[in-house]
Write a protein that binds this ligand. Structure first.
Ligand SMILES: C=C(OP(=O)(O)O)C(=O)O
Length: 590
């Protein structure tokens, strides 16, 4: 039966494929295909993993003391029974045969199928066995991970004639898991929770993967292997579509590929408005390897390197100075002399280190992580970690132009403390004989306090970068990752527009650099508005550069600026901007 699920459109485009349901806690399980000649060895690997756990549980049972509660032995029996049940490993083996899934993936796919069946059971006792099943599967997954030699060499679906694209469906995906997602087999994803500027959504956009988040119930309604269309423009998911609907979406998919190819031709065209204003289109990156895509998309620098992603997926262990230095140096070298703006670690809120939140790492309980010890607050609370990162950033400056960006600044005292730390770090580097060059210092404007006192901050820094994602969150008191209040997360809110316009004007008047690196910069619907406000430096994911450049090429900055007061004075800025900025738009088409 065909039905639709509605959510929040976060990453444009259409993806059509089969649903792969994955529990949020198992998104990081290895998902890859195995070649036809590896099917038998992969099934054998699955059974070896199962047998290892059987032996482990049998030993546990044999070693139970005489006075152990008999429930314990009964529980171990249930687990052993589940392990021997054909519905688990037998059917998981079938996933390997039919779909060429690796053992871990096959097992978790089968777990999802069985978990659904348990959920639908009338009998409470049987329903509760789902937890046992999950524990058993976790043990087998653990045994497979620790197995000597690992699994088969991953192959692509094409290598064995498979062609169904796969779409991930999960209650939630963490930003750390999204980084793994880059190397995975999925072509789109759907989650129950999340908002338009949650970090999971941001990473999806950076990968140009169609995605719909905040559906609230997709992972409950969609079944393993259902055919699904993700409409990343409308925020709709169509499950088991009719042939006519499928054909329509395939047509749209072809159209958007053509549009993409057309825009890609703008790569070498300089971003200059019709009245001759040169606009910097910089890239936001999460990993040094992303710099290649930035250059490929025609970025003229990196406006935001979110260094926190180097800190993720490491079981809470922080990267050393040397590791960080190598990563920053790689990005700087890849940008070939163009500036690279490295933001110090912005851990916290919806960007925890792995699954441990910073607060858990510190064994504390934090009530509101978005307002807690995060970003620069965390760096200043961990001075040796902060100095280590700064040293690595400064050392990278010997290989190209590096700019330093500090997240979540709200107090002048923080800026003074940062400048003091920078002096110490420079001295340490000089003493140790490390080369470095001048590194410009900038702060993010993402807390309203920073925007309001910008003239004071500008006395101490070389540039500012407006983080509209957080600025909207903190101005409107809307958690950016909470789908329940997503409808109130409004970039067109007059207060938000005033703060952005005022920050750009003040920074320019002070002769300091100003850019926007939040999602507004990469959304072509805001290009004219930001140009009208006087913005000349935009930073966005590489995949967004061509569409924004097209808008720049069609804009007349002076005419847009003249229309701005009517937008800012309006109680309905969106409606007025639609009319006024469109009327001020230049005529030439590219
Ligand atoms: C760019 C920003 O930072 P983050 O990494 O938190 O999205 C922002 O808040 O706009």
């Amino acid at each position: 039966m065909s039905f639709q699920v509605f959510g929040i459109a976060v990453s444009r485009g259409v993806a059509i494929g089969r649903a792969v349901l994955v529990a949020s806690s198992r998104v990081d399980v290895a998902h890859y295909f195995v070649a036809p000649d590896q099917i038998e060895p992969e099934i054998a690997r699955l059974l070896r993993g199962r047998d290892a756990v059987v032996r482990e549980l049998e030993t546990l049972k044999d070693e139970l003391p005489d006075d152990a509660p008999h429930e314990l032995a009964a529980l171990l029996d249930v687990h052993l029974m589940l392990l021997h049940d054909e519905a688990l490993t037998g059917s998981a083996s079938q996933w390997i045969v039919d779909r060429h899934y690796n053992a871990e993936w096959a097992l978790s796919a089968q777990l999802e199928v069985l978990a659904r069946q348990f959920d639908e059971m009338e009998d409470d006792y049987l329903r509760e066995r789902k937890a046992d099943l999950e524990q058993v599967v976790e043990r087998v997954l653990g045994a497979l991970t620790h197995e000597e030699g690992g699994g088969a060499v991953p192959v692509t679906a094409r290598d064995f004639g498979g062609e169904d694209p796969l779409l991930l469906v999960a209650a939630d995906i963490s930003p750390a898991d999204m980084i793994q997602f880059k190397r995975s087999v999925f072509r789109g994803f759907i989650t129950d929770i999340g908002g338009k500027t949650s970090h999971t959504a941001i990473v999806a956009r950076s990968m140009d993967i169609p995605a719909v988040v905040g559906t609230r119930e997709a992972s409950r309604l969609i079944r393993q292997d259902d055919w699904v269309i993700i409409d990343g423009d409308a925020g709709t998911v169509i499950v088991n579509p009719s042939p006519i609907v499928l054909e329509e979406y395939r047509f749209r998919q072809r159209q958007s590929e053509l549009e993409r190819a057309r825009l890609a031709r703008l790569r070498h065209t300089p971003a200059v408005t019709l009245d001759g204003e040169h606009i910097e289109l910089h890239a936001n990156i999460e990993m040094p390897a992303d710099a290649e895509a930035a250059v490929g998309a025609g970025a003229t620098g990196v406006g935001l390197f979110r260094s926190e992603f180097l800190f993720m997926n490491r079981d809470g262990e922080l990267p050393s100075e040397e590791e960080q230095f190598m990563a920053y140096k790689a990005a700087v070298e890849a940008m070939k002399g163009m500036p690279v703006t490295i933001r110090t670690v912005d851990i916290g809120a919806d960007k925890p280190l792995d699954r441990l939140s910073v607060s858990e790492l510190r064994h504390e309980h934090v009530l509101n992580p978005a307002m807690g010890l995060r970003a620069i607050r965390w760096s200043l609370a961990e001075p040796s970690m902060f100095r280590q990162q700064l040293r690595a950033i400064y050392r990278a400056s010997a290989f190209g132009k590096v700019r330093l960006l500090i997240p979540m600044v709200a107090h002048l005292a923080e800026v003074r403390q940062i400048i003091d730390t920078l002096r110490k770090v420079q001295q340490q580097l000089t003493d140790a004989g490390h080369a470095y060059t001048r590194v410009e210092l900038g702060v993010m404007i993402e807390i309203p306090a920073a925007a309001v006192m910008l003239p004071l901050l500008l006395r101490h820094v070389d540039f500012v970068s407006i983080g509209t994602n957080d600025l909207i969150q903190y101005t409107l008191a809307i958690d950016r990752a909470d789908e329940a209040v997503a409808h109130l997360y409004d970039p067109w809110h007059p207060a938000v527009l005033q703060l952005i316009a005022q920050s750009i004007a003040q920074a320019r008047a002070a002769g300091k650099g100003v850019s926007v690196c939040g999602e507004m910069a990469g959304d072509p619907d805001f290009t004219e508005l930001l140009l009208a406000m006087g913005l000349r430096s935009f930073s966005m994911h590489p995949s967004q550069i061509p569409a924004v450049k097209q808008r720049v090429l069609r804009s007349d900055a002076q005419r847009l600026a003249a229309a701005l007061p009517r937008v800012l004075d309006s109680e309905e800025p969106f409606a007025v901007a639609e009319k006024e900025l469109a009327a001020a738009r230049g005529g030439a088409l590219h």
